[in-house]
Design a protein around this ligand. Structure first.
Ligand code: AMP
Ligand code: MG
Length: 433
């Protein structure tokens, strides 16, 4: 492995500065093309137009209980008996309520005009009145005195007609899809998915399912990065493993740039003899190799690859594809993706690029040796609501990233003593950001 120290005389880049440069450098590649998709199929997509409601939700006053609808004034005392004048299951619109009567009503049914209260069936007693032809629905004894308005969900209490219920730039969660559906939106206008090519470099890599030759390791980053891209809603083109050779790397970059907005690679991003990404990207476009003051992580490359002939199907915007080269160590690759590649993807989609807000939580561990770099420690929330540390924080130990449910964002030069408040970033918010 080649991880040389920072170029002498050049300070490490702070992560904040790196993220700012990634966001600014992606602004040229903001996606503008949109498509109309079924609300059924829109999970995780980025809304490209506001969703407004043409109707009130709920569209009419309705009952939130099974029971009887009545005028509260018709029940001045507990035990009042009213004739039942109609029966209203959900979906049935009743007649205006005759004064001095009650309507049998079921959850979700519209409250008939004139009624202003519902008494739940547990507080009522049905009186059958068999053989009384003038009372085919019987009568009801109301055991409590109702308050006007009780158990009625008011028309428009969720959404008013004309209101914007979802704003463009929202990533569509399951509950957002439900809200869109509740106002009758059967299709939604969304941004097209980012098209992202991914490949791994490294002659030591073989695919799971193949025999492990001496000197070889299985390619794990291919799975992690592809999964992260899919979870972020990208259309992924997987270019597999590219050999550690300049010509092969250039060729893969050219093919990847032709039809994608972004190229993400792992490995080969240091500046050693076996790291061919820098010369390859330089020959096909432009690249900056950064040393970021973070751990895990540190080497990261950002640039762009020119598109030769933007014939059929080439990603629309701009004459180049963005390029992010991630370090090869599996935890470094994972952490730099969720911090750095996510920033690029979000900038491309016009989403806010800041990191999620960290939660202040107490450490249940000691971290006695402060590092010069900002560290992202793999931790897990315990039953006491405190953070436990995975015992091996090496950037090659992928177990840590599976065991963890979050990262502690620990500033450079900071020791941690048990009981200190630290900054916790839940992985659930970082993955699929
Ligand atoms: P590199 O950045 O190419 O110097 O690689 C750094 C370390 O990460 C080396 O130990 C590589 O073997 C390992 N590595 C690189 N790519 C992968 C990968 N796709 N899957 C698992 N480990 C990798
Ligand atoms: Mg390598």
């Amino acid at each position: 492995m080649n991880t040389p120290a920072a170029t002498p005389g050049r300070a490490l880049l702070s992560l904040d500065e790196a993220l700012a440069r990634l966001a600014a450098g992606s602004a040229t590649q903001v996606l503008t093309a949109t498509e109309q998709v079924s609300t059924f199929e829109a999970l995780g997509r980025v809304l490209a137009a506001d969703v407004r409601s043409a109707l009130d939700v709920p569209p009419a006053d309705n009952t939130s209980m099974d029971g009887y609808a009545m005028r509260a004034a018709d029940v001045p005392a507990a035990g009042t008996v009213l004739p039942v004048s109609q029966r209203l299951p959900a979906g049935v619109v009743g007649a205006p309520l005759a004064p001095g009567t009650a309507a049998r009503i079921f959850t979700g049914a519209q409250v008939p005009a004139g009624a202003d209260a519902v008494v739940m069936q547990e507080e009522c007693e049905a009186i059958a009145d068999e053989g009384n032809a003038s009372q085919p629905l019987g009568r009801v004894r109301v055991r409590t005195v109702p308050a006007s308005g009780q158990w009625i969900r008011r028309r428009g209490e969720d959404v008013h007609a004309g209101a914007t219920v979802l704003v463009r730039g929202t990533r569509l969660t399951p509950q957002a899809l439900g809200l869109a559906a509740s106002v009758g939106a059967g299709t939604l206008q969304v941004l097209r998915r980012p098209r992202v090519a991914v490949f791994s470099t490294g002659d030591e890599l073989v695919m799971p399912g193949e025999a492990l030759k001496p000197g070889a390791i299985y390619n794990s980053n291919r799975f992690t990065l592809r999964g992260l891209l899919q979870a972020a809603g990208c259309n992924v083109s997987d270019f597999g493993i590219v050999p550690d050779r300049l010509d092969a790397t250039r060729d893969a970059l050219r093919r990847a740039a032709a039809h994608n907005d972004l190229i993400v690679t792992s490995g080969g991003v240091s500046v050693g003899e076996e790291d061919h990404l820098r010369p390859a990207v330089l020959a096909e476009g432009r690249i900056e190799n950064w040393q970021i003051a973070m751990k895990p992580g540190k080497p990261l490359a950002f640039g762009a690859v020119r598109r030769g002939s933007p014939e059929g199907g080439a990603a629309g915007e701009g004459g180049e594809a963005l390029f992010v080269g991630l370090p090869g160590n599996p935890v470094s690759s994972f952490v730099t993706f969720v911090l750095c590649v996510s920033t690029v993807l979000r900038a491309m989609q016009g989403l806010p690029t800041g990191l999620p807000r960290p939660l202040p939580l107490r450490a249940a561990f000691d971290w006695p040796r402060a590092d010069k770099r900002r560290e992202f420690l793999r931790v897990r929330l315990n039953e006491a609501g405190e953070l436990e540390l995975f015992d091996n924080q090496s950037s090659g130990v992928l177990t840590s990233a599976v065991w963890a449910d979050g990262l502690v964002d620990n500033p450079a030069g900071q020791r941690i003593a048990r009981g200190d408040t630290v900054r916790y970033l839940p992985l659930a918010e970082l993955v699929a950001r």
